[in-house]
Design a protein around this ligand. Sequence first.
Ligand SMILES: C[S@@+](CC[C@H](N)C(=O)[O-])C[C@H]1O[C@@H](n2cnc3c(N)ncnc32)[C@H](O)[C@@H]1O
Length: 259
Amino acid sequence: MADTEELAKGYIAKSNTQFGAGTFLLEKLGLGPGMHVLDVGCGPGNLTSHLAEIVDEQGSVVGIDPSKERIALAQQLAARNLSFHEGQAEDLSRFPAGSFDAVFVNSTLHWVQDQATAIKEFARVLKPGGRLGISGGSGDYTTAQERIKADVLEREPYRNYEEEAPPKFLKQREMEHLLDEATLGDRRFFINKIVKAAKDADEMIDWLDTSSSGKTYGGIPLDLRPKARAEMKVEWEKLLTEEGIRMEMELLVTVAFKA
Ligand SMILES: C[S@@+](CC[C@H](N)C(=O)[O-])C[C@H]1O[C@@H](n2cnc3c(N)ncnc32)[C@H](O)[C@@H]1O
């Protein structure tokens, strides 16, 4: 589904889980003043703007994202050391080789269709000694969201509509393979265990919708979405306690250095 301005705006208000994950990645990546950084899949730019504060006036941050709705919002945050462009991870040809000290990829890689090409592009645009940081859902861990999505979309009539570009969460050994192919041999991995809390099923589904640009519903047509949402809501309500819903997640955090 195409992104919408409403989902993009909703993401700014509801993305503190991704912001927290980004902060964890930042700690591991060790960005500092004067660095030139590329933020791939920057969304509406809230985290990108935080990166620009860290690299300070001597450094610079460029954010790219394929969603024109999200880039339009991000451009409102542009500053002397902070710019945004429409673009995608698989094609960074607007940037010469060796342009950046760091490439930052938070909560995004699972949406990238050609992950192997993207990781080679990240390696190409890094300077020698530059660092790549990626954080995202781990393929070695299945969340309640993935279970509920698969369960509902397996039902009639949804099962007749195949998802065009489903998210792909990498297992650590798959990530290692892609880093090998991109000749990023010096790397370390961390598991970031987090909990996404929501007061009820609607809040959880709203968060999933804004985070996935509407892809929570796989490939089903727009008119079937309210019905699918209602069925997903029933499943989420089974996980509701007095404290609300707590979804445990494991993020695979990768830091790799270019020789
Ligand atoms: C959950 S948001 C993460 C935004 C931001 N990095 C953050 O941590 O708040 C995922 C972003 O990935 C973007 N995206 C999807 N496919 C992409 C691709 N092929 N290349 C780069 N970004 C992509 C989406 O448009 C969306 O803005």
